[in-house]
Design a protein around this ligand. Structure first.
Ligand code: ARG
Length: 467
């Protein structure tokens, strides 16, 4: 007869191919700490409730701790033939302590066990991703602080539009990153219900104490329904969705850095340590890191799609399909952490070319709106001012000059309202400093934004450190 834990009912050995096909140990082994911690607390609860003896509890606890430390030190390798991490730990425990080990699985099932392990594991990962994002946000705002007066063109349709500053542009990403951290915090809070004790699907006849295990394992409360407790994977999907959004933000920033590194822009230059060369073109310095981030965003969206599709047709409660959740969410978690840890030092060491940003600002008539506004402030209706400025732009395009290069007599021919103060009004630095509206690019406005970002980041950081 087979040595499987569920062997009683079977008379033939499982086909080797089915064994390998069914096994999840090669990827769920990373949850061994959560699995063992969950089991220790479960055993303590069983003893408190008089379901197992104090003596057995002590044996179980001692055995589990020795299994944990042997896995950690590398003394105990994972058995690739084990069905999953839960079976592996239990079998190893029983091999070490005998009979008492066989009592651990009372009032529990692998269905609530796997839901518990995954939730505990992902809660930790969520906080780690948040900490990395906060570091990135800090990196970005540190650079922004140095560039509140670094004028560059702001774009719409990738056409030069209106003058902004590099600080203002970077702060837009800081806003995205803080929103992401807030979503991670929310996702972590949604993981606060403990599924342990739901058992296979229908709870148990033993007098268990689910509040005890929930609290000891760092949850706020037990899940409210045993069917939902074992079959809910919303927390996995929600985290994958937040990670997808983070990847979207990283990918947009990457795309901009790729453009900014090109000879056409040359707004920034990556440190040699964060760029790569070409095997054939000796002049090349490529932004591979950012391109990989852009590419990996697609891969993470694939993980999210896999999870949603895997869940959408499943009847309650547990179905084996759900074993597929782990590789997808682990991949998403690993990928976003890898991207964040690489992009932080890359951005911190990137050189900013203020001269080229200013130079780019001079072309493209990004002060045209300000010229129209100048006329409006002298009493002209905006639509008329818009038209007059547009005509002047067309003349400048033909002559390949900027609006500021038109002599006053020519301006006066277009409108009597023009005076020599127009040249200050359309100076790019003036255009920026006058955009003081809340959230705008004026240095004072950006200083206020930076202060607000810092306050929000400090609050979120406090949460991440507490967890
Ligand atoms: N390895 C399984 C998983 O990842 C654990 C739960 C198995 N439960 C069961 N009844 N087969 O989903």
């Amino acid at each position: 007869m087979s040595d499987k834990m569920w062997a009683g009912r079977f008379s033939a050995e499982t086909d080797k191919r089915v064994n390998d096909f069914n096994s999840s140990i090669r990827f769920d082994c990373r949850m061994y700490e959560e699995d063992i911690t969950g089991s220790i607390v479960h055993a303590r609860m069983l003893a408190r409730q008089g379901i197992i003896s104090a003596e057995d509890r002590d044996k179980i606890e001692g055995g589990l701790l020795s299994v944990m430390s042997d896995i950690k030190s590398g003394k105990l390798p994972f058995d690739p033939n084990a069905e999953d991490i839960h079976m592996f730990v239990e079998a190893e425990l029983t091999a070490r302590i005998g009979e008492a080990g066989k009592r651990l699985h009372t009032a529990r099932s692998r269905n609530d066990q796997v839901a518990l392990d995954l939730k505990m594991y992902l809660k930790k990962q969520t906080v780690q991703i948040a900490a990395l994002l906060l570091e990135l946000e800090q990196t970005v705002t540190d650079i922004a602080k140095k560039h509140t007066r670094t004028v560059m063109p702001g774009y719409t349709h990738l056409q030069r539009a209106q003058p902004i500053t590099f600080a203002h542009h970077l702060c837009a990403y800081a806003e995205m990153f803080l929103r992401d951290v807030k979503k991670l915090k929310n996702a972590a809070e949604n993981m606060d219900e403990c599924p342990l004790g739901s058992c296979a699907l229908a709870g148990t006849t033993y007098k268990t104490d689910r509040m005890y295990t929930a609290k000891k394992l760092g949850f706020d409360r037990p899940t409210g329904n045993s069917l939902d407790g074992v079959s809910d994977r919303d927390f996995v999907i929600e985290l994958a969705a937040v990670i997808s959004l983070i990847m979207t933000h990283l990918s947009r920033l990457s795309e901009e850095i790729i453009m900014w590194c090109s000879w056409e822009f040359k707004f920034v230059e990556l440190d040699d340590a964060y760029a790569t060369g070409s095997s054939i073109m000796p002049q090349k310095k490529n932004p591979d890191v950012t391109e990989l981030i852009r590419g990996k965003a697609g891969r993470v969206f694939g993980d999210l799609t896999a999870l949603l599709t895997m869940m959408k047709g499943l009847p309650l409660a547990y179905d084996k399909d759900m074993q597929e959740d782990k590789e997808a969410i682990f991949d998403a978690v690993d990928t976003v952490k890898l991207c964040l840890t690489t992009v932080i030092p890359m951005i911190a060491t990137m050189k900013v070319n203020e001269k080229n940003m200013a130079e780019a600002g001079k072309k493209g008539f990004i002060n045209a709106t300000d010229m129209a506004d100048y006329l409006v402030k002298k009493g002209m209706p905006f639509r008329t001012a818009y038209k007059i400025t547009g005509t002047l732009v067309a003349e400048c395009v033909k002559e390949n000059i900027g609006l500021e290069e038109l002599p006053l007599e020519r301006l006066k021919k277009a409108s009597e309202l023009f005076d020599k103060d127009v040249y200050t009004a359309i100076d790019l630095m003036t255009c920026v400093t006058r955009r003081e509206s809340e959230g705008g690019p004026a240095p004072e406005a950006v200083d206020r934004e930076l202060a607000a970002l810092q306050a929000r980041a400090a609050q979120l950081k406090e949460w991440a450190e507490r967890k």
